[in-house]
Design a protein around this ligand. Structure first.
Ligand code: OAD
Length: 259
């Protein structure tokens, strides 16, 4: 890291983005903290407070899909509380800044681990939701997705209108393979990318955490945005310390001023 990178990291980030051929971003739960959604790990994290959920969530779903749906729909259940928090949340300036970067042609694609739909709500369209989207359901046989309001929950588990397969939430459970369509997009994008902005993630869950590592190993630049250090910090070229809802708009403003 040269001295300019450490003394003026925002300027260094702008320079790196302007010099890059193919800029992408990968986001995590930290991006939505300023929208009122708690992260998983770290201070105030869901799992810091309540402990980690079972690591075999997908296996449990497959064993008894009806029970899994009933647990999810239980008005007093923990999942219901989480869904209500997601429903009430609105995008924050960090989400809007990334949508603005796409609109200006700077950002080619955004990989998000978040299921909260807030990037889409902010206007991002080139989006790969690697852990799914809570507003959607997906057939575990054919992979077809529909909006959750379009399916009947009178009979549980719901079945796919196209192939008759069992339908589950599009959100990826522990132990569930990442759906092939979205995984392919993420792999292609991170292969082509020579500068990745990594915002609001602890970078502890794979395969998502592997994409920035791959970009760095191929000689690309990694720009981290996080108030705290993460697993990725040691390999990041530039670290912008602070909340994404403040840093991303500053980055967009500085990029605009430099153009
Ligand atoms: P984590 O909860 O693991 O990490 C959140 C990160 O956000 C931490 O590094 C925080 O320091 C950082 N952070 C906190 N507030 C922030 C702010 N205002 N601005 C920017 N960063 C902030 O969340 P993820 O890395 O997204 O997967 O977790 C990855 C996956 O773990 C999730 O997608 C989820 C979980 O298993 C599934 O549900 C499949």
């Amino acid at each position: 890291m040269d001295q300019g990178t450490t003394t003026n990291p925002l300027g260094a980030a702008v320079q790196a983005i302007r010099a890059a051929r193919y800029v992408t971003a990968m986001t995590g739960a930290g991006l939505s903290v300023e929208s009122g959604i708690p992260p998983f790990r770290g201070p105030g994290g869901l799992w810091t407070k309540h402990g980690e959920p079972p690591m075999n969530g997908y296996e449990q779903f497959l064993e008894d899909p009806k029970a899994a749906w009933e647990a999810r729909l239980n008005p007093k259940g923990p999942m219901r509380v989480l869904w209500e928090t997601l429903q009430a949340a609105r995008p924050n300036p960090g989400h809007y800044a990334l949508a603005e970067m796409e609109k200006s042609g700077t950002l080619r694609c955004l990989i998000t681990q978040n299921v909260d739909d807030l990037h889409r709500a902010a206007g991002s369209t080139k989006l790969a939701e690697i852990h799914g989207n809570y507003t959607l359901v997906r057939c575990i046989e054919c992979g077809g997705r529909r909006h959750r309001d379009e399916i009947s929950l009178d009979q549980l588990p719901p079945v796919c209108e196209s192939c008759g397969g069992i339908v589950k939430s599009d959100t990826v459970s522990f132990g569930e393979p990442i759906p092939g369509d979205v995984l392919r997009v993420c792999q292609e994008v991170s292969r082509d990318c020579d500068c990745m902005i990594v915002a609001g993630t602890s970078a502890t869950v794979y395969p998502a955490a592997q994409f920035p590592i791959d970009v760095r190993q191929r000689g690309g630049v990694l720009i981290e945005i996080n108030p705290y250090e993460s697993e990725l910090t040691p390999i990041c070229n530039i670290s912008l310390r602070g909340p994404a809802g403040e840093i991303l708009p500053q980055l967009v403003d500085t990029l605009g001023a430099a153009s």
